[in-house]
Ligand binder design. Structure first.
Ligand SMILES: Nc1ncnc2c1ncn2[C@@H]1O[C@H](COP(=O)(O)OP(=O)(O)O)[C@@H](O)[C@H]1O
Ligand SMILES: O=P(O)(O)OC[C@H](O)CO
Length: 497
């Protein structure tokens, strides 16, 4: 029995390892949360050692829970929180600083300075991204500038940098492999997504020595083997992708025009545009959906920073619910006559506004407004924000037809009320699959197909199964009145209206 595939899903708040059997069913899993460090306002860090130990522990836990040995595993697939970046010593493997997390805003002044120099167009043209602190490049530049001696050591070739996948590969292979995949590279702000190379001009603008960076491979590729001492057997690492890209694969969005949206802490919608590198005119990102057999498939991406986090705010911030799953029931009790809007710009707004300075706001309160109206406003904000993304995608690319169906996943899709409201506001069907572990499944598919034990893309796509389709039911007049109210609320929330 060597047909199991192990997926490592290294996320923003927890690490999960999931063992899939030869039938692509979950055979065992383990999860571990780790510490979020907030050393200053707007700063978010992770301890790479804690992440590493969570990976080792969950791998062992997943094997134990399935009653399997490492020798039963045909291959490992890694998927990870994107943009978060680590720099470590090549000789010792020790990080020189905590990982700077994707949510971290400390490099906003660097981005501002580059924008003032008129460089945003250059970055966008080459990387498909915008000058926002979200991406890895300015975080690497910050560490090289601020950690004592880092730049000198980097220039001498003593240091290595990489996103979390890259750091884990280095550790798993005991320092033999320094690599990343094209999707993770496409989030760094220094990777040319058209030429598929690290871009010398961008590296020199950010003063990042090329020697720091990993080799960029296909998503299904040979990433070396785990060091024998770690788990008692060498296991091949054959798949790597950023978590949103892995979810796109796990949702089998292999055809141009197919779209998935993942509703976790934030929401990330990816629309497959095939071989078309679509340049957004509406402040969306262009990204590499996946690269297989040297062939790049592109996507348009809309990134929303607050989705399920708005539900956490209902629970932990204003305490109108005790558990996330109570939010839908409470929202259903809201007074239909009241139009209360929440613009959840708690950490600024992402796509398509990219307003780092905006902060959350509530509009339309009356003396009758209470917990139910707040809950409805929080859940609806997720639907409205997705609608803004879909509208931008349709303007950007004719392949995003009016018939687009949205495949959804992530913790929040457990809420039927939210999914129905999403379909109503989008005026498009929303499909929830039976398997919600799509991110891990996507990583496992990369490794499993490369190992030859899982089906190729076409047959894998046939295994995608629908749990429930939510069809739009709201009448057009109500929808457009609600959308007009939302747009007005957003306009009044922007830092520069
Ligand atoms: N039944 C529910 N209704 C609404 N939101 C939910 C529900 N269950 C979970 N959530 C939200 O989903 C998020 C967790 O989803 P998950 O995919 O695990 O996120 P992440 O990977 O970003 O940590 C939380 O923000 C939580 O508030
Ligand atoms: O770890 P998640 O699921 O919150 O995803 C984070 C994204 O990859 C950030 O771009």
């Amino acid at each position: 029995m060597t047909k199991h595939i192990l997926a490592i899903d290294q996320g923003t708040t927890s690490t999960r390892a999931i063992l899939f059997d030869g039938e692509m069913k979950v055979a065992g899993s383990a999860q571990q949360e780790f510490t979020q460090h907030y050393p200053a306002s707007g700063w978010v860090e992770h301890d790479p050692e804690e992440i590493w130990s969570s990976v080792v522990t969950t791998i062992k836990g997943a094997l134990t829970s399935a009653g399997r040995d490492p020798s039963d595993v045909a291959a490992i697939g890694i998927t990870n929180q994107r943009e978060t970046v680590v720099i470590w010593d090549r000789a010792t493997g020790e990080p020189i600083h905590n990982a700077i997390v994707w949510q971290d805003r400390r490099t906003a002044p660097i981005c501002q300075k580059l924008k003032k120099q008129g460089l945003e167009k250059t970055f966008t043209k080459k990387t498909g991204l915008l000058l926002d602190p979200y991406f890895s490049g300015t975080k690497i530049a910050w560490m090289l500038d601020k950690v004592k001696g880092a730049r000198k050591r980097a220039e001498k070739g003593e240091l290595l940098a990489g996103t979390i996948d890259s750091f884990l590969i280095w550790r798993l292979t005991a320092g033999k492999v320094h690599a990343t995949d094209a999707t993770n590279a496409s989030r760094t702000l220094v990777y040319n997504i058209e030429k598929n190379v690290w871009d010398d001009e961008l590296l020199s603008i950010l003063r990042i020595p090329a020697a720091l960076l990993p080799e960029v491979k296909d998503c299904a590729d040979d990433y070396g083997v785990t060091e024998k001492g770690l788990f008692g057997a060498e296991i091949r690492i054959l798949g790597v992708a950023g978590d949103q890209h892995a979810a796109t694969i796990g949702q089998a969005c292999f055809e141009p025009g197919m779209m998935k949206s993942t509703y976790g802490t934030g929401c990330f919608a990816l629309l497959n545009t095939g071989a078309d590198l679509v340049r957004s005119k509406n402040r969306l990102l262009t990204t590499i959906a996946y690269r297989l057999n040297g062939k790049t498939t592109y996507a348009l991406e809309g990134s929303i920073f607050i989705a399920g986090a708005a539900v956490q705010w209902l629970r932990d911030g204003i305490k109108v619910i005790g558990k996330a799953e109570q939010s839908g029931k409470l929202a259903a009790e809201a007074d239909p006559a009241q139009q209360v809007y929440l613009v959840p710009a708690f950490v600024g707004l992402g796509a398509p506004h990219w307003d780092a300075e905006a902060r959350g706001a509530i509009f339309g309160l009356t003396r009758n407004s209470g917990p139910a109206e707040f809950a409805r406003a929080a859940l609806e904000s997720v639907a409205y924000q997705t609608r803004d993304l879909l509208d931008a995608m349709r303007k950007d690319w004719k392949g995003a037809s009016a018939k687009t169906v949205l495949r959804v996943d992530g913790g929040m899709v457990a809420s039927d009320w939210t999914m129905q409201r999403l379909a109503d506001i989008l005026d498009a069907p929303v499909d929830r699959p039976t398997i919600l572990e799509t991110t891990a499944l996507g990583a496992a598919w990369l490794a499993g197909s490369k190992a030859g034990v899982w089906p190729k893309a076409k047959d894998f796509a046939k295994t995608w199964a629908l749990d429930r389709r939510f069809k739009p039911e709201m009448d057009a007049a109500t929808r457009s009145a609600k959308l007009a109210g939302w747009r007005d609320a957003v306009r009044r929330t922007l830092s520069v209206p």
